[in-house]
Design a protein. Structure first.
Length: 173
């Protein structure tokens, strides 16, 4: 029995299209992520490029919209800093002007307000502990969200001042 002939270019393209649609159905992906996934499935690079160009033309693939959505959700739901969100965008293959445009949705005031909310929440949960422990835990929580030590400490001081306890104390942390 003769071996089956290799798939034609049209068959390869159709297979790649089906794979890409299946991947995008599971969750939105950036162009770089989709290219990586198709390469892992053995799709030829030239087929992938043509397919991704077509997906962008018809609106199935839009790195700018994906980046904007990631910025909005990570900030609103997780209160992550711009720095942390930028790192996530970079891991997803979105960088440069596209990432910058998406991150421009947030300004310094938005970020400061989110940091203050996080500080209030962490300090509220640690109300019975010593001030040093409360500050250390709040700093850790804000740091994990990507806030710089300066913004974190400013937010913690403001939250402590709102509480009224030890508001005038200079912390050596």
């Amino acid at each position: 029995m003769a071996p089956a002939p290799p798939p034609s270019l049209a068959e390869q393209e159709e297979h790649a299209r089906e794979l890409a649609l299946r991947i995008l159905t599971a969750a939105p992906k950036s162009r770089a992520q989709l290219a990586q996934r198709l390469a892992a499935k053995g799709v030829d690079e030239s087929i992938t490029e043509r397919l991704l160009d077509r997906f962008e033309q018809v609106g199935l693939l839009d790195d700018g919209e994906l980046a904007a959505m990631i910025v909005r959700t990570r900030f609103a739901e997780k209160k992550q800093s711009r720095r942390a969100i930028a790192q996530e965008l970079n891991r997803k293959g979105i960088s440069g002007p596209v990432a910058e445009a998406a991150l421009d949705q947030l300004d310094d005031e938005d970020e400061s307000q989110a940091a203050l909310e996080l500080a209030r929440g962490r300090l509220r949960r640690t109300a019975g502990l010593s001030p040093e422990v409360r500050i250390r835990r709040a700093l850790g929580a804000l740091g994990r969200k990507g806030y710089s030590p300066g913004i974190a400490m400013t937010s913690i001081r403001a939250a402590l001042a709102e509480e009224g306890d030890d508001a005038d104390r200079e912390w050596d942390v």
